[in-house]
Design a protein around this ligand. Structure first.
Ligand code: SIN
Length: 261
């Protein structure tokens, strides 16, 4: 049961909730169970006003899976499992590029959950968008669902011909290990080709899918404040970081918890 002191506010119709009155550093087993229930329902949870050390940030991530040590990106000096999501005032591009994606889908098993902690937030802009991939799957026609269920794709990082890369194959439709619901599991950041299709066919299907996966009714938009922890389910959502704050610094830190086999 959700503790009475917590205030739960949906972030939109599609998914997401803000949870106030929680200190993530000191949750009882019952409180963690309540977080799990909310997470399963909303897929994205925002916890404002948290004060976490790097070790506490990683420890909270461990509730959801094994912390990922990125093979190519340099972590913060204080902890090998924390990446800085940073855009300096003078920089043009964002940390992950302007793509709809889920994190670390190029591993097997893939990322379960990401936990992003806000540090320096621009005065306006810099929101993160999320799209519900259960809804994306469930609103396809049964014929298209059947077609997708027979397909798989390679997820690759970096998504280019250059070596070294790391890659994993996943079905285009994955069954969520907790809820048993099906979600579309493909993203243009890490996937460039669907197995077994001609290049043109694959390009067309990926483009059509991305348009569907990011339909406005599947989306919420989450604003940031320093100390906010945003936790999202990479198996059932895509996200997109807005790049609309030129001349301002945006700095957050991310832990990614990998699905346990
Ligand atoms: C990410 O892609 O994990 C970062 C999202 C963001 O910068 O809002």
């Amino acid at each position: 049961m959700t503790p009475a002191a917590w205030k739960i506010t949906p972030l939109g119709a599609a998914l997401g909730a803000r949870v106030e009155g929680v200190d993530l550093r000191s949750l009882s087993d019952e409180a963690w169970e309540a977080v799990d229930v909310l997470f399963s329902e909303y897929l994205v949870l925002a916890f404002p006003d948290q004060s976490l050390t790097p070790a506490q940030h990683v420890a909270i991530g461990e509730h959801f899976g094994d912390p990922f040590l990125h093979p190519f990106l340099t972590p913060i000096p204080e902890h090998p499992a924390i990446l800085e999501v940073l855009k300096e005032e003078h920089e043009i591009g964002t940390f992950g590029g302007e793509h709809w994606h889920c994190d670390i889908s190029f591993q097997s098993p893939p990322a379960a959950v990401s936990l992003l902690l806000g540090h320096e937030i621009p005065p306006i802009g810099g929101d993160t968008l999320f799209a519900n991939q259960f809804s994306a799957y469930e609103t396809l026609s049964p014929q298209l669902q059947d077609l997708l269920e027979g397909l798989q794709a390679e997820h690759c990082y970096p998504n280019m011909a250059a070596a070294p890369t790391t890659a994993a194959r996943h079905p285009l439709v994955r069954v969520h290990p907790v809820s048993g619901r099906k979600a579309i599991f493909v993203n243009s950041a890490f996937v460039s080709k669907i197995d077994g299709l001609a290049d043109d066919e694959s390009d067309m299907l990926l483009a059509m899918l991305e348009k569907h996966q990011t339909r406005t009714e599947f989306i919420i938009r989450v604003g940031w404040s320093p100390g906010q922890v945003l936790i999202w389910d990479n198996r059932a959502t895509l996200h997109y970081a807005m790049n609309d704050y030129p001349g301002h610094r945006r700095r957050l830190q991310r832990v990614t918890a990998m699905e346990r086999p």
